[in-house]
Design a protein around this ligand. Sequence first.
Ligand code: NAD
Length: 521
Amino acid sequence: MTNSEAAAAATPGTLRQARVLVVGAGIMGAGIAQVAAQAGQRVALFDARDGAARQARERLAATFDTLVAKGRLQAPQAAEALARIEPVPSLEDAADCALVVEAIVESLDAKRELLARLEQLVDEHCVLASNTSSLSITALARDMKHPGRMVGMHFFNPVPLMKLVEVVSGLRTSPTVAQQVFDLARSWGKTPVHARSTPGFIVNRIARPYYAETLALLQEQAAAPEVLDACMRGAGFRMGPCELMDLIGHDTNFAVTQAVYEANFFDKRFQPSLLQRELVDGGLLGRKSGRGFYDHAAGADVPAARPAAEDLLAPRAPAARLLLAGSGALAERIGEALRAAGHAFEHDAHADWCGLRVDDARLCLSDGRNATELGADVAVFDLPLRDDSGLALAWAASADASPDWVQQAPRWLHLLGWQPLRLRDVPGLVVARTIAMLVNEAADAVHQGACSMDAADHAMKLGVNYPAGPFEWLARWHRLGAGDPATLLDALDLHYRGERYRVSPLLRDRARTGARRPSPD
Ligand code: NAD
């Protein structure tokens, strides 16, 4: 550690009692000021645009009034919080603060210029934090006299509602400073996680495949957007990828994907989608422009995907006996459903596949190979992440499947408790390949020291409301007896060739140790 880094690391006391300067009174800066003030912190608010800080405070006053009217805040507390927010006409007016959080325009030059000015004003122990979503903290600190004090404090929008804060350390960030900011964020009621300054930090990096896999499937004409969305909702996500991209805006979503792609030296794994670029070029930006994947004109409903009525009929009883293949929670679930429906069956717990044999036809859990590759009378079904019955589940039939098996396969899936939705015969279907890629990206983030496994799990649940964290999914995948995401990705890699589906070394190692010692949970 250099002298200047040590100086910052030696910051005395806690940031909790200090006055905080928030620079940039836009959507994020105002939200940060609100959260800090409600937690009892004194806040100075500055914006380069005349009157902007004052207007932001007025908007916050209205927000507090609404919260009081809804009973979510007591009137005296609202008044106290508002009184703690002081718009300041110049940066000099807050030179005594111990922490600056900048939330100005997302420009490296503008932020560096601001940081240089701040360094001339504040004392050397003042921590300088940036709310940047995409810029490198190391790059922001490049010309600073005391780079150890520079840290990322990445809030999510809307700040008062989103619990997550990524505390981002660049190469020269003092660990003490990162920990102080972490503790402060916690005292503001947030759930902070430590992250290293790598492209996309945690959330914006690990989340890429959620969109990318669906975009790739759409490009392959695997199914309509509403079908893919329904399958992902069936896996527990609040919104399917298409409806979520429509909500975020394709321009924003495409820009983040492109930034992560470029920052990773055009690694194919992060390659943006031609389909999404076409939407952006055509002004089909989603809700904000009235049309994206879906029509959002007033009164228009996002279409719902439902199985065909004939797919929900009872399957024809098998001529020979049924065979249940595989072991683990999924095989148990299938066995229970068969028993409940009055079907006798044999069980091969040591089979190298999981699913059901009906006479000579097979219904196989996807292992990353498509149905055609697995044989003639084969249908594959998607990874059922949740135990509830009645959820949408993707399936696909082999190109060589008889018309009879194409008719019977979804009926068996329905008997087993799912709402079958047919996809073209794409490998890894939709949930299995998306979850495998999310787990893989999280594994690589951990492998490269960008964050811990716990941080990845917390970040994805709190930053983008995922129903579980990537490493929780990995444990669930093993518990289900569904093989391993690394095997699935290897099959996808073989099918598509190229860099996209390469397995993270950490996931590969966990697949090996997991195979020797299955996860207890
Ligand atoms: P915004 O446009 O709503 O607000 C930016 C504010 O900064 C404006 O009021 C502008 O007048 C002011 N400003 C610009 N240059 C300035 C300067 N040199 N000095 C002082 N004030 C200046 O933007 P935002 O959405 O609040 O984003 C701010 C930062 O937060 C960006 O770095 C962005 O990447 C990051 N961020 C945004 C989101 C989001 O969803 N909007 C989420 C996480 C992080």
